[in-house]
Design a protein around this ligand. Sequence first.
Ligand code: NAD
Ligand code: MG
Length: 390
Amino acid sequence: MMRGVAILGSTGSIGASALAVIARHPERFRVFALSGQRRLDVLIEQSWQFRPSAVVVPDVAAAQQIAARLPAATRVLVGVPGLEEIAADSRADTVVAAIVGAAGLLPSLAAARAGKRLLLANKEALVMAGRLFMAAVAAGGATLLPLDSEHNAIFQCLPAGPREAAGVRRLILSGSGGPFRTLAPEQFATITPEQACAHPTWRMGRKISVDSATMMNKGLELIEACWLFGVGEELIDIVIHPQSIVHSLVEYADGSVLAQLGNPDMRAPIAHALAWPERIDSGVARLNLAAIARLEFAAPDPQRFPALRLARAAAAAGGDVPAALNAANEEAVAAFLAGALPFTAIAAVVEDVLEGWSAAEPDSIAAVQASDERARALAAAAIRRCSEEG
Ligand code: NAD
Ligand code: MG
């Protein structure tokens, strides 16, 4: 059976990996639609290779810029309505949600409501609106398949039926610890964006690379796991594993622990989710355990990585607190990448926003967006104060 695939955010790191897997299986997958925000040259190149029926660009100016440079059969759509349209179109039964940040919420949600096979990389959507998002998945009859490597690993290690009956005791998220796992704490203040984006084991977009360096990424993943697997944060442990070979684990009542292993290459979880419940070749190099020789594990350091504590507290608080955490983090990371905020101030800005936050349970996506905007305004004020003091 031929699957039609829409890729939201095809010009990014996950988007490119998804296309690399799809290119190996032209008999299984047809690219129905692509989207990109800034790197339009990449979008044009991808369009000639995969001949999508539609591409989505941010605005009319971008559409005019690229229309004449695309294959004649490719329609150009714009903005969030364009993304929502390709996410819900009946010509795609599979949607890869690979936009970074809050911008991915509405398009990912459109795919959930339309009952797609939804391959979710855009963790921020679940962090912001977990309850409403999971309700949309259920109401739309969507199949939610995690692309985040840790969650994909847990998905693979969980039984098919109810977890309680199967005796699942804990989920264990592993994380590399990022580039600064062993850096002396007094050197954190002078970390540059280039250093923060040089991840030791994964090649990723800049925002998630900074999140990995602060370990906010693991915090966001903790919240993501709560929603994906329907468990409280107290049932999820985090373990540092610098080699990024064990992608996460599930502990059972009898003491058995199941793990999923593989080389750190996103094409593996992407191929798993694209073909699920079948298995296909991903192009990932085979694991050679004898060559790797050592797998190390350690507890995360709360002093170096305060973001973990903030994210766990947000997960426990629930309501719109995770949305506030995510919005404040996005603003702080953008300011850090622009050279306007020191590395150590990223978590400080998030903490500042959460300290004054009065939590509410959002009953609509509009309410989530209002919380997101309020948190961004508070974060912008905290960032201004930081730069005045510095
Ligand atoms: P990236 O920056 O490389 O790509 C982001 C994509 O989103 C690009 O196609 C970009 O054009 C698009 N985009 C950015 N802003 C947009 C906006 N405002 N509107 C519409 N489109 C927009 O990021 P990435 O590393 O590919 O990560 C994408 C998502 O996947 C993130 O949520 C990240 O947390 C998650 N993820 C990534 C990896 C990885 O290995 N890269 C692993 C796990 C999870
Ligand atoms: Mg991950």
